[in-house]
Design a protein around this ligand. Sequence first.
Ligand SMILES: Nc1ncnc2c1ncn2[C@@H]1O[C@H](COP(=O)(O)OP(=O)(O)OP(=O)(O)O)[C@@H](O)[C@H]1O
Ligand SMILES: [Mg+2]
Length: 376
Amino acid sequence: MNNIVILDTDTTLKEHLKDCPQKVNVSQFSTTTRLFSHIKSFPCDLLFIEPSLNGINAKELIKQLQDKYQLTIVLTTALTEINHSVQLLKMGIENYLLKPLIKSKTHELIEKLELTKERKKISTFDEETMIASSPKMVKVLNLLLKVAKSQSHVLIQGESGTGKEVAARILHQHSLRNNQSFIKVNCAAIPDTLVESEFFGHEKGSFTGALATRIGRFELANKGSILLDEITEVPLSMQAKLLRAIQEMEFERVGGQKTLTTDVRIISTSNQNLKLALDEKRFRSDLYYRLNVIPIHIPPLRERKEDIIPLAIHFLKQLSIHHQESVKTLTPSAQKKLVDHHWPGNIRELSNVIERSCILCEKNSIAASSIFLDNL
Ligand SMILES: Nc1ncnc2c1ncn2[C@@H]1O[C@H](COP(=O)(O)OP(=O)(O)OP(=O)(O)O)[C@@H](O)[C@H]1O
Ligand SMILES: [Mg+2]
């Protein structure tokens, strides 16, 4: 919800949005003519409309907007006008803010809409493709499909760039939860002080900067799957709380009194040697055994050379769609160069090499001399 437009003469909402925890750009207009000329040229995700504004026919306006644009509409309405607004709400608009406007209510609504948008995005991601031509990867794929239907937690291990996230998405897509959310938490990217809030959410005012209530990822993933990416990066101090959430499926938001329950399938990944992390006491063994009900190891690309060319062709096809050109091919010597390489960065490195070659080689057939490897 980055680009917000307000159709109203009252500027209170614009003032409230200035301190919104999410970064938003706000434009305000008082006539429909100016509103339309703006949204024709600039992106708009969210539109607040005062339906009683002088000179507008709110019903007609909403219909026109719904026909032409993909945006979320929220009514800002006074209690005395609510009857009129209820009619408009029947037109498929779900949200309204009551006037006089309250800043915290506005912020809560933005947070709610963000989450709804994220949920939609997550639940409609494209069908994941997993290329598996080598005997080792065929085994992995079969195992993934076999365990997908169970409710057990899965721990996926493998070097960086081997396809752990792809495997996690395949698991979710083939699970009984596939019509529910798939929520990813990148444990390596969250500052230690915010991990708890990211997992379990927080109540408004529970710490400096907690301007509005936030729903955590465990709550958001309810009934679906949660991917705890790079699980070994979770600080030791948080691991006990995470263990409880996984064991009991209950937790409290930071600063909250109420115990919340959730029902999630946990898929965790790690590119580290977990046994070493256990020996070095960086990772709790009770948490490890909870997460590792079904262990899956994704082999490095150098151990499954039969996958290299099918993967390269897969990336060439993706690039041709992206650039709207015909699919480039690889000469036999280019193929040999790819197969002989050691691929320390695994599939991510292969994808980069193919993209680079595609950009630098103007011919339709890519020769070995146009393949530039990262020789670290
Ligand atoms: N079997 C596969 N078939 C098609 N594409 C794949 C496959 N495995 C990986 N990829 C692609 O390779 C890239 C890296 O995969 P992914 O992000 O799943 O790896 P990862 O193991 O999670 O890496 P990291 O440890 O760096 O997080 C992605 O672009 C992904 O789409
Ligand atoms: Mg990953």
